[in-house]
Write a protein that binds this ligand. Structure first.
Ligand SMILES: Cc1cc2nc3c(=O)[nH]c(=O)nc-3n(C[C@H](O)[C@H](O)[C@H](O)COP(=O)(O)O)c2cc1C
Length: 217
């Protein structure tokens, strides 16, 4: 059986099962490697996520090189999943996301989704707005967008029979230094993806009645 067929056998595309069964997995089969094309497919589908003014501020640094993954270990608080998973997806938020607005809107024009005049106006408005925002606000936008795309990656991975764990427990400064990440790309979350060796443990959730108020706080 090839790795790909093993995966397909365990895939589950029922949406509600995927939601219910996804768990953070911290123990991975170190011998299982997800093909690069499949990781690319997952990312393509994940980027269907919504984003602020469709600026798509997420950027991906996919680490598959085993030596690099080992060197990530001390940066990631010695969490072994960065070594044993197939790949570690570092999600970066582009604080200069508006620089791609023209390109994004041109793609929409080319696809027939947007009139050229509207695209021009939309681009102008986006560039004006986002380029004037303080860095903290841009960071907030980028972190929010990264969270949305991260969730999509986790669910798509689960649907394909893979597992993930979102990780905020790592040293941002050391990560930036290690990969020589430019200043406008802010590390948001790192996401190991691979084949579980040990299932994630179940976790409980607060009842909705405890966290929800209706019409007033
Ligand atoms: C922003 C964020 C940061 C997290 N950081 C870590 C981490 O560094 N290491 C880890 O093992 N799990 C981490 N987790 C996973 C949570 O512990 C996990 O999602 C939570 O316990 C609920 O479990 P579940 O994902 O299995 O439903 C993180 C989750 C989020 C959303």
């Amino acid at each position: 059986m090839t790795t790909q067929t093993q995966t397909q056998a365990q895939a589950n595309t029922d949406f509600y099962s995927v939601l219910k069964d996804r768990r953070s997995v911290r123990h991975y089969d170190p011998n299982f490697k997800i093909p690069q094309e499949e990781i690319q497919e997952i990312l393509e589908l994940a980027t269907k996520a919504p984003s602020s003014s469709n600026t798509q501020s997420w950027r991906f640094l996919v680490v598959t090189d085993q030596e690099l993954k080992k060197q990530l270990l001390p940066i990631a608080n010695n969490q072994q999943q960065v070594v044993d998973s197939s790949a570690v997806i570092v999600i970066l938020g582009d604080l200069e996301m508006y620089k791609k607005s023209e390109h994004i809107n041109q793609l929409a024009v080319d696809a027939g989704y947007m009139a050229a005049e509207f695209a021009k106006q939309f681009t102008e408005n986006s560039v004006k707005l986002y380029s004037s925002l303080p860095k903290e606000r841009l960071h907030e936008v980028a972190v929010f967008d990264s969270g949305l795309v991260a969730m999509q990656i986790m669910l798509i991975a689960k649907a394909k029979g893979y597992d993930t764990v979102p990780m905020g427990g790592y040293d941002r400064e050391k990560l930036k230094q290690f990969f020589n990440i430019p200043a406008h790309l802010a590390p948001t979350i790192i996401l190991p993806i691979g084949k579980a060796a040990v299932e994630g443990r179940p976790t409980s959730r607060l009842p909705i009645s405890e966290i929800t108020s209706w019409n007033k706080i």
